[in-house]
Design a protein around this ligand. Structure first.
Ligand code: CP
Length: 317
């Protein structure tokens, strides 16, 4: 595998999960694979989990790691061609990318949707420029439309905690004060469809995700009905995808917050969220602190998903 941007890059999911569990059982088994190889992690946006888990995964494989926060200490980057660069951005991405590629063997990129142009966001303009111009294998650490390392960790976690072959998994929208990208719900939907679980998406009208990500999911506008019999509740906020509201907050309806009363409708479901989470907006304190909450093991599996991806890329060098 040279690049990793979505679920399809990993091939057979069953084999991929077996590899993940093998690595989890002995995470230093391949500690020579990355010897004298350098990972460069480039962040256009903030991170806690992705930064730490990916660095740890690289270290488990014996790699050297460099981290660049574009907004803290690097030159401000122009991303558009044809711009007269007489403003506050002294460097163009089209020089910066190949230069960064000179100093490393693999590049991880975090670049969120900018909500200026739906077309640019959904064409993954920044991530694809890294793939095209860096000369290096590139993997997504959350791009405009997907967060595949998170979804892979989510899948590992569901496989660990499920008590039936084909659990009912519910992705629920929940309120948030700011406009968030669709990357996590898009990606989660893509992976749940690929896994073949019973999959339901619930959200207020107007928050429909792009059809290519919804796939075979059942969309249910009644959150309580969606929760009935669920084995896993995956909460997340996202902004509107549909025009003319792309990237906008069109509801902060607190009746969509996940609380104990709603969790009581489920099949004693596990609660999941990718974190960071705004308590008592997305989920009540008692639900996230309950013994059914698996947000910490879910975050811990980020190390495993990153390690599988880095291992596969190292094997292709
Ligand atoms: N879930 C996740 O990607 O967390 P960070 O934004 O902290 O990396």
């Amino acid at each position: 595998m040279r690049h990793f941007t979505n679920v399809h890059d990993l091939g057979n999911l069953k084999e991929t999960l077996q590899e993940a569990f093998e690595i989890k059982a002995d995470r230093f088994k391949y500690d020579q694979l990355g010897r004298n190889k350098t990972l460069m992690m480039i962040f256009f946006n903030s991170s806690l989990r992705t930064r730490l888990s990916t660095q740890k995964a690289a270290m488990n494989l014996g790699m050297n790691v460099m981290v660049l926060d574009i907004n803290q200490g690097a030159w401000k980057l122009e991303t558009e061609r044809g711009v007269v660069m007489d403003g506050d951005k002294p460097e163009h991405l089209l020089e910066a990318i190949p230069v960064m590629g000179c100093y490393c063997d693999i590049i991880g990129v975090r670049s969120f949707a900018q909500f200026e142009s739906k077309e640019d966001d959904y064409q993954e303009k920044i991530l694809n420029q890294f793939i095209r111009y860096s000369g290096r294998p590139v993997f997504s650490m959350e791009a405009a439309t997907r967060h595949p390392l998170q979804s892979f960790a989510d899948l590992i976690t569901i496989e660990e905690y499920k008590t039936k072959e084909r659990p009912k998994v519910v992705l629920t929208w929940a309120p948030h004060p700011r406009a968030l990208p669709q990357a996590v719900p898009n990606s989660f939907a893509e992976w749940m469809n690929a896994a073949g679980y019973e999959f339901v998406i619930t959200h207020p009208e107007g928050y429909e995700l792009a059809p290519e990500f919804v796939g075979n999911a059942r969309v249910e506008y009644d959150q309580k009905k969606a929760f009935e019999g669920a084995d896993f509740i995956y909460a997340k906020n996202w902004s509107a995808y549909a025009d003319p509201n792309y990237g906008k907050v069109i509801s902060t309806d607190r009746s969509w917050t996940v609380d104990a009363e709603k969790m009581a409708l489920t099949n004693n479901a596990r609660f999941m969220h990718c974190l960071p989470v705004r308590r008592n907006m997305i989920v009540s304190d008692d639900v996230i602190e309950s013994e059914r909450s698996i947000v910490i093991p879910e975050a811990a599996n980020r190390e495993i998903s990153a390690q599988v991806v880095l291992k596969r890329i190292l094997e292709s060098l």
